[in-house]
Design a binder for this molecule. Structure first.
Ligand code: GUN
Ligand code: ZN
Length: 434
């Protein structure tokens, strides 16, 4: 007998495949009157309430949510914890934005009290927005990652993070050295990687801020420990790309820099990729690397329009990223709202089911965690959300006109935000209640 068993009754929707691979209709499961059964923090059954209820003991505790939709927790494949305090900073594109706003803001994270305070705000904000797993950039200071993991561990969250490695082209107050970044990253890996539901990501900020020596050591860390992640930025902004060509003239292009230092692989996630070429997409796909699509950031920083159809053509793993503080919202619903517009501007469509996939199972696949998170299949971690159809007066009225779950889902993604997330559960525990 499980120690704790609970059931949740509401409409239930989850992705089971990429619509680009199997077609929209077979990419999801929807139970209009559904039941989700959770045993000891894991999902043990999902299906129609009418079929599952007779199989359960009469005295089982059931939470029944009216006018609500249960979905898997959202997965944010790219976000910066130390940029929480500078979201929505005015007027600059990437390189000037880094110098003007980002680096000064990140400089405060050597201080434990500050790092603890922001980690707490950051995690609460993730959970308020329904994000149960995120791939997180810390600052250059190990303290930023310690504070984050300490807070995530208390709630038994599945989270991935790493200390930024950055030994050039940044202010003196914010650089490490190749050697210190290696030693500090190693200590964090030993302390956190594989502890509970936590994982470590080797985190060179981007090619311009690392020397060849540092990139070599980043690659070495990946060979020293199994299942480590790697996260960085790529081809976000045209001036950035020109700069990389100047700094690494001997390499074929931006991706080739990372390839040369052996940073591509199945647990490597590259943020943005707005200006990748066809050959680079092919190489990312060949190595099993993933892209984090960050639409609010790409619009806000004027970086450009991500070509999702090209990524699909190459069967590239793509997840969704908020990229806070370049991105302007912690909400993956709002991020999907912007993703839809990015596709519209390119004459393409983003179906609501592809959007759901990107925010859940697609993110899980990008992180190679699809056996644990990203959908509600039995055996998965019980990380799920209750979305409230009556979160705002407009949402409530608009959804009353909805003819089917596709329309409901699209409206949730267009009008929804943190207010839509009524409850967030992680490993079966209630971690946010609106
Ligand atoms: N490239 C290098 N660092 C950053 C960062 O902090 N944010 C974004 N959006 N791009 C980057
Ligand atoms: Zn970023």
């Amino acid at each position: 007998m499980p120690l704790t068993r609970k059931a949740y009754r509401a409409a239930i929707l989850h992705s089971i495949a990429d619509p680009a691979e199997v077609g929209i209709e077979t990419s999801y499961e929807y139970f209009e009157d559904g039941l989700l059964v959770v045993d000891d923090g894991k999902i043990s059954a999902v299906g129609h309430a009418s079929e599952l209820l007779p199989t359960l003991p009469a005295d089982i505790e059931i939470n029944h949510y009216q006018d609500a939709l249960i979905t898997p927790g959202f997965i944010d494949t790219h976000i910066h914890l130390p940029q929480t305090g500078m979201v929505g900073s005015y007027g600059e594109q990437l390189l000037d934005w880094l110098n003007t706003y980002t680096f000064p803001c990140e400089s405060q994270f050597g201080d434990k009290a500050h790092a603890d305070e922001v980690a707490d705000i950051f995690i609460k904000e993730l959970l308020r927005n329904g994000t149960t797993t995120a791939l997180v950039f810390g600052s250059v200071h190990p303290q930023s990652v310690n504070s984050f993991f300490e807070a995530a561990e208390k709630l038994d969250l599945r989270m991935i993070a790493g200390k930024v490695m950055m030994d050039r082209n940044a202010p003196d107050y914010l650089v490490d050295t190749a050697e210190s970044s290696y030693v500090d990253s190693k200590a964090l890996i030993e302390r956190w990687h594989g502890k509970g539901r936590l994982h470590y990501a080797v985190t060179p900020r981007f090619a311009p801020t690392s020397t060849p020596e540092q990139l070599t050591l980043a690659g070495q860390l990946l060979t020293e420990y199994p299942d480590l992640y790697m996260q960085t930025h790529i081809s976000e902004n045209l001036k950035e790309i020109e700069w990389v060509k100047e700094l690494f003239p001997e390499r074929k292009g931006y991706l080739d820099v990372y390839d040369h230092y052996q940073l591509l692989g199945e647990r490597s996630v590259f943020a943005h990729g707005v200006h990748l070429c066809d050959d680079e997409c092919a190489r990312l796909a060949e190595t099993g690397s993933a892209i984090s699509f960050c639409p609010t950031s790409n619009l806000f920083l004027g970086s450009g329009l991500f070509n999702l159809p090209m990524a699909e053509k190459h069967k590239l793993n793509v997840g969704l990223g908020t990229d806070v503080g370049g991105g302007t919202s912690f909400s993956l619903l709002q991020t999907l709202n912007e993703a839809y517009k990015v596709m519209q501007l390119q004459g393409a469509r983003l179906s609501p089911f592809k959007s759901l996939y990107l925010a859940t199972l697609g993110g899980a696949r990008a992180l190679r965690l699809e056996d644990r998170i990203g959908n509600l299949r039995p055996g998965s971690d019980a990380d799920f959300l209750v979305l409230d159809y009556n979160a705002t007066p407009l949402l409530s009225y608009r959804l009353k006109q909805s003819k089917n779950i596709a329309e409901t889902l699209f409206v949730l993604m267009t009008l929804g935000d943190d207010r839509t997330v009524a409850q967030t559960y992680a490993a079966g525990a209630l971690v946010h209640q609106r």
